[in-house]
Design a protein around this ligand. Structure first.
Ligand code: ATP
Ligand code: LTN
Length: 328
């Protein structure tokens, strides 16, 4: 039997090349090696206010992007988290075994809580719901970008605590990080991770950006005061652009070195932009085809939900039984 894999992405704005290189590309690569479930985690998205009509639209668009990058909905399940009540149900049961101090220590919570005036308490519970997503399917492997490592550790701690309190119930999930692209930085601020919620116009490259826009954003990316690529002294901005190039082209370290050493920044950026455009153009063409038939996406989401609900319901039943709750 193939090991089970779960990972999730929030339907908050257009997915960017950080999401793609840090997580999504890896999802496509491993989809035939494991039994995979990919979550469009809309219940996580609402920890920040989302305009209802936009959220609804973004869930479907994200499903289209996931298929456009190469996920095959016949082989893997693409599920909208809110279609499966078991996520929230298990989330509550796990909340009750998670000490408050564990959640208050999460760095993402600390930075998000600071950034908002009125913080909904969902932002504190966010990693418990994430643990529930994973444990619900008894996933053995969770492919994510580096920013999620702390949340994954917490998921293991929660599973361990539950298992020791109530008996073996959950599989222990392992984190899987990509070897290149685990942390793509913002083009305008190479000291911050590329993020959907950042607002600068040149911060992120969306997977659906027009080729001209992609090129413009890369040409404007922050570099440093060197005139040309020097591998010994280059700053974070140049490093980031070369990492993006390497992750898209899958060149070795030596190949990148040979191709870029001594190249003036203008020429270096042109080469990076060409590689990004070449990789994204076929994805964008597929996206246009898929979205021409919205009924298809609705069917994919419904069929996936029906398939994975069997696993989810089984875990919820086991968890309730272990805790002494009433089951049907
Ligand atoms: P936010 O606006 O909250 O920053 P996000 O851009 O981090 O959103 P998510 O939906 O939360 O997007 O992330 C989906 C996946 O993409 C996760 O596995 C995450 O680790 C990965 N990821 C997100 N940003 C990056 C990045 N800059 N580099 C590499 N991987 C990333
Ligand atoms: N918090 C994750 C999204 C996410 C996730 C998950 C990732 C929600 N549930 C379960 C892996 C497994 C993020 O990328 N911000």
């Amino acid at each position: 039997m193939k090991a089970r894999v779960f990972s999730g992405i929030q339907p908050t704005g257009s997915p960017h090349i950080g999401n793609y290189l840090g997580a999504l590309k890896n999802w496509v690569k491993i989809q035939h090696d494991y039994e995979c479930i990919w979550g469009i985690v809309d219940l996580h998205a609402i920890t920040n206010y989302q305009k209802p009509e936009e959220l609804r639209q973004q869930i479907v668009e994200l499903a289209a992007v996931l298929i456009a990058i190469g996920l095959d909905p016949k082989h893997t399940s693409i599920v909208a988290q809110s279609m499966i009540p078991a996520h929230a149900e298990l989330g509550w049961m796990l909340t009750c075994v998670t000490p408050l101090g564990w959640l208050e220590r999460m760095t993402q919570y600390k930075s998000k809580a600071q950034a908002q005036e009125a913080v909904g308490s969902g932002i504190l519970q966010y990693p418990v719901l994430m643990a529930a997503d994973i444990l619900l399917y008894q996933a053995a492997i969770v492919p994510v970008g580096d920013d999620q490592s702390q949340h994954l550790e917490l998921a293991r701690d929660i599973a361990q605590r539950f298992n020791s309190l109530y008996g073996e119930t959950f599989t222990m999930p392992a984190t899987k990080l990509p070897s290149v692209g685990a942390r793509v930085m913002g083009l305008d601020e190479p000291d911050k991770k590329m993020s959907k919620s950042a607002t600068g116009p040149n911060h992120a490259i969306s997977l659906l950006d027009d080729p001209k826009v992609i090129t413009r954003k890369i040409m404007r990316a922050t570099t440093d005061s060197n005139p040309a690529v020097d591998f010994e002294t280059m700053g974070a901005g140049v490093q980031n652009l070369l990492a993006i190039y390497q992750a898209f082209t899958e060149c070795s370290d030596d190949e990148v070195r040979n191709q870029f050493i001594g190249l003036r920044y203008g020429d270096m950026k042109k080469k990076v932009a060409e590689a990004v455009v070449a990789a994204l153009e076929p994805i964008q063409a597929r996206y246009r085809e898929i979205t021409a038939d919205p009924g298809y996406l609705d069917t994919v989401l419904r069929e996936s939900a029906a398939r994975v609900s069997v696993i989810a319901d089984d875990t919820v039943r086991k968890t309730k039984k272990a805790m002494g709750l009433y089951t049907k």
